[in-house]
Design a protein around this ligand. Structure first.
Ligand SMILES: Cc1ncc(COP(=O)(O)O)c(C=O)c1O
Length: 265
């Protein structure tokens, strides 16, 4: 046998996605074997009400991971991170503009995941101007760079917690605070970082945060955003325009370049 023949490839890229944990598989099997399997929690019959109660328990458990002051009603469950991001981006931008017509500009960082960037044509088609804020050489967005772009015409700023290629963690608290000085909303894609670094929504001061279960070894179709004060905005825009809005994200590139820790960490 020559060298290399007995090499077994091992997937270490758990930042991209994870296999399900044994506990998660067991919990899913128990659910599938139970009377609640496939029951619509919106149905008014007794099984539907039972499923709704079970869903509420899960929602409360999820809520705790966002800090003490988040309410279960602030959690919106979606089919995945891409959908959570799109709901937040399009919903919040449109909701903010409906409340204040002059707010027709959206700022996102140039290093966002495709599930954010792929929505920019949709935002432009809806009449928004989109500005990209660039990272510094260390890979993070300096609050001062964002401040240069902010104005009272901004509806929404969206900047991720941790970049999926470089791993660089962004100064979210400072970026959200700067955004709020002009009355705009702040969304963060926390899909990389959730449950790995502390992400207390209230302490960070973000209006909405997207997270996904795919990196947590639990079922793939589970993701959620927490839409805090901004929730009414998303609701308003979904009610106004019920078109299906999810677009598939392009495949992300595989490059990974470790960078030194930025000074704010
Ligand atoms: C930062 C980031 N945002 C969004 C997504 C999309 O999430 P999902 O694959 O659950 O749709 C990913 C996926 O890798 C990601 O890394």
């Amino acid at each position: 046998m020559t060298a290399g023949q007995n090499r077994i490839p091992v997937n270490l890229d758990y930042a991209a996605s994870t296999p399900m944990r044994a506990e998660a598989l067991l919990a899913q099997r128990e659910y599938d074997d139970s009377e609640l399997a496939g029951v619509n929690p919106n149905s008014l019959h007794s099984l539907g009400r039972k499923a709704a109660t079970r869903l509420e328990v899960a929602r409360r458990e999820i809520t705790r991971s966002f800090g003490a002051r988040v309410r279960p009603s602030e959690i919106v469950l979606t089919n995945g991170g891409t959908e959570a991001n799109q709901l937040a981006l399009l919903g919040l931008a449109e909701g903010a503009r409906q409340r204040d017509r002059k707010r027709n500009r959206v700022i996102v960082s140039a290093i966002e995941h495709d599930s954010i960037l792929d929505n920019l044509p949709l935002l432009r088609a809806a009449g928004f101007t989109v500005d990209l804020v660039k990272p510094c050489r260390m890979g993070y967005i300096k609050p001062a760079t964002l401040v240069e772009l902010l104005g009272d015409d901004v509806a929404l700023v969206s900047i991720m917690v941790a970049n999926n290629e470089t791993g660089v963690v962004q100064p979210i608290r400072e970026l959200a605070a700067a955004t709020h000085t002009v009355g705009a909303l702040f969304h963060t894609d926390a899909i990389q970082g959730y449950l790995h670094i502390p992400l207390d929504v209230t302490e960070l001061g973000v209006d909405a945060m997207s997270v996904a279960a795919t990196r947590l070894a639990v079922p793939w179709h589970l993701a959620h955003s927490t839409l805090r004060a901004a929730r009414r905005c998303a609701r308003a825009s979904l009610a106004a325009d019920r078109r299906p809005v999810v677009v598939p994200a392009r495949k992300t590139c595989e490059r990974s370049s470790p960078l030194p820790l930025p000074p704010h960490l």
